[in-house]
Ligand binder design. Structure first.
Ligand SMILES: C[S@@+](CC[C@H](N)C(=O)[O-])C[C@H]1O[C@@H](n2cnc3c(N)ncnc32)[C@H](O)[C@@H]1O
Length: 257
């Protein structure tokens, strides 16, 4: 087994994250540059150091998870969600479950919570927000953001759902209380059932085709019969039929009954 392959296997045993399911060229480049920056010549010595040093390990997890996110990321897609997809889902269901899968630091589930409160107040919405990275989840629970994270959020929502203090925006407790944050590994853990809307954006791009295939299948099983999957703006599914999905609008897939 080569140096990198051995490292992947040790990381899988230590953290339960299987890097073999992430696109190799990209991941190896990211990790080699971090390893070299820290002064290790090979992955074997880098692993020995990670195994002993929590700060180094945290930096490593940060590097593999890529937590970049924003409120209302790609605004036109959120407008379609609000104007077309959510009215369709809520027409048949007065109580719905929404899953923000790979929610990073919380911008996405809070955006969902705002849309539901603002435009569908008659609907009872349970929002589950998950990510593999517990550091990102603890920031999500804190709910404090800089200006940049809110740049695409419509101003009325910004005014209504945030307080501004010390140059930072703090989400209102009314939004927080509607969201259940928990750790979940898309490549390993059981998926929630009977979900009406799965929002999984800007993470599938990092996975191999085999891993993506498995995830789409799991999403399909996870959805309620009127359920919809909302993916990121570079993540269109080429053969949606394979997973019993039909294209509803760009980047939105409905479950085929
Ligand atoms: C770029 S962020 C996407 C955040 C948000 N969905 C968005 O579009 O703004 C990617 C997230 O995927 C998470 N992630 C990576 N691998 C994962 C896995 N196997 N299971 C669950 N989440 C994972 C990372 O921790 C990171 O927070």
């Amino acid at each position: 087994m080569g140096d990198y392959e051995k490292f992947i296997s040790l990381i899988n045993s230590k953290l339960g994250i299987d890097l073999a399911l992430y696109k190799e060229a990209q991941m190896k480049r990211r990790l080699t540059s971090l390893r070299s920056k820290r002064g290790y010549n090979d992955f074997e010595s880098y692993f020995r150091a990670l195994d002993k040093d929590d700060e180094l390990l945290k930096e490593f997890v940060d590097r593999i998870t890529i937590n970049v996110s924003e409120f209302y990321r790609n605004p036109k897609r959120w407008d379609v969600l609000r104007d077309t997809i959510l009215p369709m889902i809520t027409k048949e269901n007065s109580s719905i479950t929404i899953w923000s899968a790979a929610c990073s630091t919380g911008e996405e589930p809070y955006t969902l919570a705002m849309l539901m409160k603002e435009y569908f107040p008659q609907v009872s919405a349970k929002i589950i927000a998950t990510d593999i990275d517990i550091n990102a989840l603890s920031k999500a629970k804190e709910g404090v953001y800089n200006e940049q994270a809110l740049k695409d959020l419509p101003t009325p929502l910004k005014k209504k759902y945030f307080t501004f203090e010390n140059m930072l925006y703090k989400v209102s407790p009314s939004l927080k209380s509607g969201i259940i944050f928990k750790q979940h590994n898309l490549l390993k853990d059981a998926y929630p059932k009977d979900v009406h809307l799965i929002v999984c954006r800007n993470v599938l791009i990092y996975f191999t085709d085999t891993a993506k295939n498995e995830i789409y299948q799991n999403f399909s099983k996870s959805l309620h019969k009127d359920g919809v999957l909302f993916v990121g703006s570079t993540e269109q599914i080429f053969n949606p039929d394979r997973y019993d999905f039909k294209l509803l609008d760009t980047f939105f897939y409905g479950k085929q009954n």
